[in-house]
Design a protein around this ligand. Sequence first.
Ligand SMILES: Cc1cc2nc3c(=O)[nH]c(=O)nc-3n(C[C@H](O)[C@H](O)[C@H](O)COP(=O)(O)O)c2cc1C
Length: 358
Amino acid sequence: MAGVTDRPFRQLCRRLGAGYAVSEMVASDPRLFDSAKTRRRTDHAGEPAPIAVQIAGSDPARLAEAARHNVARGAQIIDINMGCPAKKVCNAAAGSALLADEPLVASILDAVVRAVDVPVTLKIRTGPDPAHRNALSIAGIAQSAGVAALTVHGRTRACMFTGPVEYETIAAVKAAVAIPVIANGDIDSPERARDVLAFTGADAVMIGRAAQGRPWIFREIGHFLATGRRLAPPTVDEARELILAHLEDHYAFHGEAQGVRIARKHLGWYTRDLAGGDAARAAFNAAETATAQVAAVHRLFETLAGLGDRLQYTTGAGSAGVWTPRPAKGDAAARAALRGTRARRPAAAPWAGEALAA
Ligand SMILES: Cc1cc2nc3c(=O)[nH]c(=O)nc-3n(C[C@H](O)[C@H](O)[C@H](O)COP(=O)(O)O)c2cc1C
């Protein structure tokens, strides 16, 4: 995620159970290879394998060159972005705008797969808009081109981040290709991860926004899938240590001035819905130095420690704000519905249309 999954955050997610974490997207324009932003985005020092770098662009030759450039800088997997609806990316006919031009998709995939000897993966949406859902066709093109795995965010480009996720389209893609398929979109709890895996048959799930302010969601999902039981939220002491360690890496990576500014959003996510969060956020945002920001974290956690051993959310929603545990009754109904319709998938997943807090 651009602006979120920098190296410190990726490393934190990996330590907390993510099996895999992809870099922020890197431009394919060679003029930008030496920009400070691109150099920072391609700095993988100390990052655990596999190092996966996402590239964005629309010109096959340039994307091939970008892939080679990133492999030379340590990338062990190249991911191609055909999922981002951002204007900045789509105006240049890149990101998810590419989905409307299947011959161009084929040329890009062909060029990039030939350019490097590491696995090339692809991230897509379900199509350009609801009238043109071509994920199946794109998946076939990807498989033929030698793409190693496909991540599907179950919305069209036009849908941006609104409306229900089309888990049924992801299931259809999974059924149609032999390469691994990773399901993505609105997965914000261990129960949702389990249900999406069961419904789509996907090989893995990818978590985006729900990891913001809640990087421990990865171990929570892993534990739940392995045992069927929920893992307790971190203790107040552990959360404080994790956040302080994140900040230390973050300031070292971005430098103090920029680091303090960028840290405000992470601290905002960490403290959303936490008792005392409002006052703490005001202090994080006012802080001009790392020392002042860290002191504000300590003050918040001293208050939290007085409230109990574990993190307590005022709304019960979880720090990412998109985490809405499904009621046990709903889960049972969804699982029963899935069992009954396994052979013939329902037109929409049982939870489609369910309101999310996001
Ligand atoms: C702030 C932000 C930045 C994103 N940047 C990228 C990106 O650079 N590349 C990409 O493939 N997807 C990007 N995405 C999309 C996410 O990877 C993901 O597909 C989407 O948020 C749906 O998953 P979620 O519901 O788990 O967040 C971004 C999403 C957000 C919110």
